[in-house]
Design a protein around this ligand. Structure first.
Ligand SMILES: Cc1ncc(COP(=O)(O)O)c(C=O)c1O
Length: 395
């Protein structure tokens, strides 16, 4: 099989002339830090998710940190998280001197296991200060069940919606659920600002606290202090806040991306469906769940499972790399990361530990064409057909 010349990475950003025009406008405006473009982006995002507040942040990681901070997560507390997630979901709990309680995931949806949440609550009760489920790949977690548990035990939920900017549950956009939701605009996400994040909430008090803690503890942001209509340099920190804001240059990218959302979403869905069609009859590959009873997928990442246990997934990744194809894992279980395994050695989560060896994320982004995906399929066929029986693969 002929190897393609250009490396097919997992995803590349889809930047059009519209993004370039918006960014140039920001650059020429005389104000490039947090200012009117950030405000416009927040307003557009709040409108899209039909939520009262959208607070732009420097990343989803800082958004998660601030969300947990304003809920009062602190030393000695416990926070429930899934283990199949990016480490940020658990790292921010550690940063706040609290303890993450890891849950296993459902093997089909890759979302948090509800029984594990209940078991942790039985064991730790009121010491649990928050639950942070992830909408993996953009497929909504079981929000109805999580809400019941949250209401019954009075434990607030922060949804890690890093993948879920396009997702909905029961026909409502995902940002409306829980105490807060946090989104990512990292370079490979469904919409990108290079790096960036957003907190959404319908709670006025939480929104105010998020703004306060994410911007030096100041009750007014810089734009308000320096703009002609609000000129007043006398502003003081009322809490020892962080500095986690987005900039107008980044927000300019976000505005243009958000205006293209319908186009970006339909392309993403089309490509994910194309992969699904390709692999429909493969007995060694499991394709991802697209939709649950109430939740619609936003197709952030396309995660297959290599269910033929004679195939060594890591070797398969290496062989794909030789074919000039980039792949990834969403995710290596957090509790198996060096730091966490050493600190919490007894944690056993069998589904996640099986997935650790079996999942594989294939390239997917709106810049790719059907022929790029065909190349991925043909490469997988080629490698599989040439496999050796003793858990190895070769070309
Ligand atoms: C589930 C999840 N949560 C949080 C994050 C952190 O996002 P960011 O890179 O914007 O900090 C990511 C990043 O990929 C993620 O996948």
């Amino acid at each position: 099989m002929k190897i393609r010349e250009k490396f097919l990475s997992l995803a590349v950003p889809d930047i059009s002339d519209e993004e370039k025009r918006e960014v140039t406008e920001a650059l020429d405006s005389g104000w490039i830090s947090v200012g009117p473009k950030v405000k416009e982006f927040e307003n557009l995002f709040a409108e899209y998710h039909e939520v009262k507040h959208a607070i732009a942040m420097s990343s989803c990681t800082t958004a998660l940190f601030i969300a947990a901070k304003v809920l009062g997560v602190s030393k000695g507390d416990f926070v429930i998280v899934p283990t199949i997630t990016w480490q940020s979901t658990a790292n921010i709990v550690e940063q706040l001197d609290a303890t993450p309680l890891f849950c296993d995931v459902d093997s089909d949806t890759l979302n948090i296991n509800i029984t594990d949440i209940e078991d942790h609550i039985k064991n730790y009760g009121s010491k649990i200060k928050a639950i942070i489920p992830v909408h993996h790949s953009g497929l909504p977690a079981d929000i109805d069940e999580i809400t019941k548990i949250s209401d019954k035990h009075n434990i607030p939920v922060i949804y890690d919606a890093a993948h879920a900017v396009f997702s909905s549950y029961k026909n409502k956009m995902i940002g409306q659920y829980g105490a807060m939701s946090t989104f990512s605009f990292y370079a490979t996400k469904n919409i990108t600002t290079g790096d960036g994040g957003m907190i959404t909430t319908n709670d006025d008090n939480l929104a105010e606290l998020c703004r306060l803690w994410s911007y030096h503890g100041l009750p007014k942001d810089s734009w308000k202090r320096y703009s002609a209509e609000n000129a007043s340099p006398h502003v003081q920190s009322i809490v020892p806040g962080y500095k986690f804001n987005l900039t107008d240059i980044q927000a300019a990218l976000g505005i243009a991306q958000l205006k293209r959302k319908d186009d970006l979403l339909s392309k993403r869905n089309f490509l994910a469906e194309t992969y699904n069609e390709f692999f429909k009859y493969y007995d060694w590959i499991d394709t991802p769940v697209f939709q649950t009873e109430h939740g619609k997928w936003g197709n952030h990442v396309y995660v297959i499972k290599i269910i033929d246990e004679d195939i060594d997934r890591d070797r398969l990744m290496q062989e794909l790399r030789k074919m000039n194809i980039g792949t990834n894992l969403h995710f290596y279980p957090v509790h198996k990361n060096l730091y966490y395994e050493k600190k919490y050695p007894g944690v056993k989560l069998p589904v996640a530990e099986w997935l650790k060896e079996r999942i594989l994320t294939l390239p997917l982004c709106t810049k790719y064409s059907v022929s790029d995906l065909e190349y991925v399929r043909d490469s997988l066929d080629h490698i599989y057909e040439n496999r050796l029986a003793n858990k190895t693969v070769f070309i």
